[in-house]
Design a binder for this molecule. Structure first.
Ligand SMILES: [Zn+2]
Length: 361
């Protein structure tokens, strides 16, 4: 296993490698095809591999590309695991089955977009549509500034945003922009107006493979927030002190809790992992997002503004479109050995800890 064989150059390569690795492990495999094509004209699919363990009581889910472009990282964590004989043996011996969900948002992975084929942020999509939906008046105020008429934004636009951050503070800016909104379909962090294809696919996978397990752990791999290469362990379960305490027993006291204000992430609702409880109500759930830092928040938001602008301007020149997609990729994926090494080391540890947590006493 080398860094290059884990970290793929594009979605098509990542998918091919994932399918081949899962077949080598004789995993149960299924592909859920999306009715769209990728940037290279390739088929788009969420691929699911179940690595069984004899008499397994526990199930560990590891998922990638909830936010499309973040799949460069998550896919690598999955490929490293499928090539890790020692870790796979530990899971088997502990009676833990592994469910690897590759590219929950294949469109975004292929097209270097954080959102899906309908510009929906999947981690704001687990809402009881048509409502009630969370309100975010702060976003409506910022939207015209975030999506200016021309790209890149002019000096006047940058000054207006800087003035907002200066007056309200960076946390208020982060929360208004990234908490999620349901009023501007072309905007940033839009949560959608119905259950997306990806959400339905994920629910189907949970129903068909999660039922029957008494104990479910889930590591959903993300990138973009926090210091470069640092994996923040973000609690992704319900607002239940017992669940939080268990997540900290598994993964350490530094598990961050967004609704307690201890995370680089805003306090969001509607993240898809939160659906696990509803779909598999009889299991005990221990869930986290493993979020690897890349660039500063402002740089990431700039990349996402460019992406939203491009969706609103499909007639943009090919050069500008390519540049915007490259900026998004660079904001969510560091093509550097040191960063990749940090990712795989921390991912392996989190998986090892989850296996230990799921092992029956
Ligand atoms: Zn993410």
């Amino acid at each position: 296993m080398t860094l290059d064989s884990c970290f793929s150059q594009n979605y098509a390569q990542a998918r091919e490698r994932f399918l081949a690795a899962a077949r080598r492990r004789e995993a149960h495999l299924e592909s859920h095809k999306l009715d769209r094509t990728g940037v290279l004209g390739e088929e788009l699919s969420t691929d699911i591999a179940l690595v069984r363990a004899p008499d397994a009581k526990g199930l560990l889910i590891i998922s990638s590309a909830m936010h499309g472009v973040e799949g460069f990282c998550g896919s690598a964590c999955q490929l490293a695991l499928l090539d890790d004989e020692d870790l796979l043996k530990r899971a088997r011996d502990a009676g833990v089955a592994l469910l690897l969900i590759h590219a929950i948002n294949p469109y975004g992975f292929s097209w270097c977009s954080r959102t899906n084929e309908e510009n929906v942020d999947l981690n704001r999509n687990a809402q009881p549509f048509p409502g009630p939906l969370p309100e975010n008046p702060g976003y409506a105020e910022l939207h015209p500034l975030l999506l200016p008429a021309v790209w890149p934004p002019n000096a006047e636009n940058r000054k207006a945003i800087a003035a907002y951050v200066e007056q309200r503070g960076p946390i208020a800016f982060r929360d208004a922009v990234s908490r999620g909104q349901y009023t501007h379909p072309g905007g940033l962090f839009f949560g959608g107006d119905r259950a997306t294809w990806s959400r339905r696919t994920l629910e189907h996978a949970l129903r068909s493979h999660g039922a029957g397990f008494a104990d479910i752990g889930w590591i959903d791999v993300h990138t973009g927030l926090g210091p470069a290469g640092h994996g923040e362990k973000i609690f992704a379960g319900r607002r239940d002190p017992e669940e939080i305490a268990r997540a900290r027993r598994w993964w350490g006291l530094d598990v961050a809790v967004p609704f307690a204000g201890t995370s680089a992430s805003a306090d969001i609702t509607g993240h898809l992992t939160s659906n696990a409880q509803a779909v598999c109500p009889d299991a005990r759930h221990t869930l986290m997002a493993l979020e690897f830092g890349t660039v500063p928040f402002e740089t990431m938001i700039d990349a996402l503004r460019g992406e939203a602008w491009l969706r609103a301007h499909p007639d943009a020149s090919t050069d500008l479109a390519d540049l915007i997609r490259l900026q998004v990729r660079n904001a969510f994926y560091f093509d550097q050995d040191a960063w990749k090494g940090m990712v795989l080391g921390q991912s392996r540890l989190a998986i090892l800890q989850a296996i230990a947590g799921l092992k029956p006493d």
